[in-house]
Design a protein around this ligand. Structure first.
Ligand code: TA6
Length: 250
């Protein structure tokens, strides 16, 4: 959590896992950056507790505010499952209207790290990525070790889309000297069928740190974000789109 996080509901809380829906970035300028979900008030739909797992389901459906920005009916669920060894989060978007709609969805997860300069993210080798620090230039990840020595903002395109759907590989977060601290499984589906999961890797460094993330806060996190964002997805009436992330300590 950023020391400058704002909790008055006027903007997304800076840290944790902001829920991005129905847009990533601001393709629709009339709608907030990253959509309305992360700054809306959700309801608690379900809470359960056992010796094995704690489970929480939060829900958001269309309302006058969302309809004024995006004229579609939906039921969003954010499902959090915590065990002794893992945290699994699933964003499930259901089209509850009678016409298809286009959407993007992403879990904007902030992972705490000791020092961004020593971080290495692995498991994305071979993927194409859009380098938003280089005007969105399309590049290929040649090395399995991704370091973040400076402002980094990349959309790693879901591998399956380009390589005939090989088994999705997990991502690890660790250090340049080879340590692995966190395993991250990113998955997606749309209209009930598994589909390639894009992964965004971001750290703003000082030059792109927003006001509610005052330096040196950038030194203490890396964002590894599963999503359906490289292209808008079309969700059929009654169908669901899902983005999930399972996090385990190595
Ligand atoms: O994490 C990727 C990204 O889209 C970056 O481009 C940057 O804008 C970041 O999200 C934070 O966005 P926010 O609206 O939360 O300041």
């Amino acid at each position: 959590m950023s020391p400058g996080a704002i909790f008055d509901g006027k903007k997304a809380i800076r840290g944790g896992v902001p829920v991005v829906f129905p847009q990533f970035g601001q393709p629709d300028k009339a709608m907030a950056q990253h959509g309305f979900a992360r700054s809306s008030l959700w309801s608690v739909e379900h809470v359960s507790e056992s010796s094995e797992q704690s489970r929480l389901v939060l829900a958001l459906t269309e309302n006058a505010e969302t309809l004024s920005k995006w004229p579609f009916k939906f039921h969003l669920r954010f499902i959090v499952e915590l065990t002794a060894v893992s945290l699994t989060m699933r964003l499930v978007a259901k089209n509850t209207g009678d016409a298809p709609f286009k959407y993007q969805a992403l879990l904007h997860t902030y992972f705490a790290v000791p020092a961004i300069e020593t971080v290495a993210v692995r498991g994305l080798v071979g993927r194409s990525f859009l380098d938003k620090v280089a005007n969105g230039e399309k590049k290929t990840q040649e090395d399995d070790t991704i370091t973040l020595p400076s402002f980094t903002d990349r959309v790693y395109v879901g591998e399956a889309a380009e390589r005939g759907f090989p088994e999705e590989k997990d991502v690890t977060i660790g250090t340049k000297d080879g340590q692995v601290t966190t395993w991250v499984a990113n998955r997606a589906s749309n209209n009930g069928a598994a589909c390639p999961c894009d992964v965004v890797v971001w750290n703003p460094y000082e030059e792109a740190s927003p006001g509610d993330l005052p330096p040196p806060a950038f030194k203490s996190f890396v964002c590894v974000e599963p999503g359906l964002v490289a292209e808008s997805q079309e969700l059929q009436p009654g169908a669901e789109g899902v983005v999930s992330q399972k996090i385990c300590c190595a």
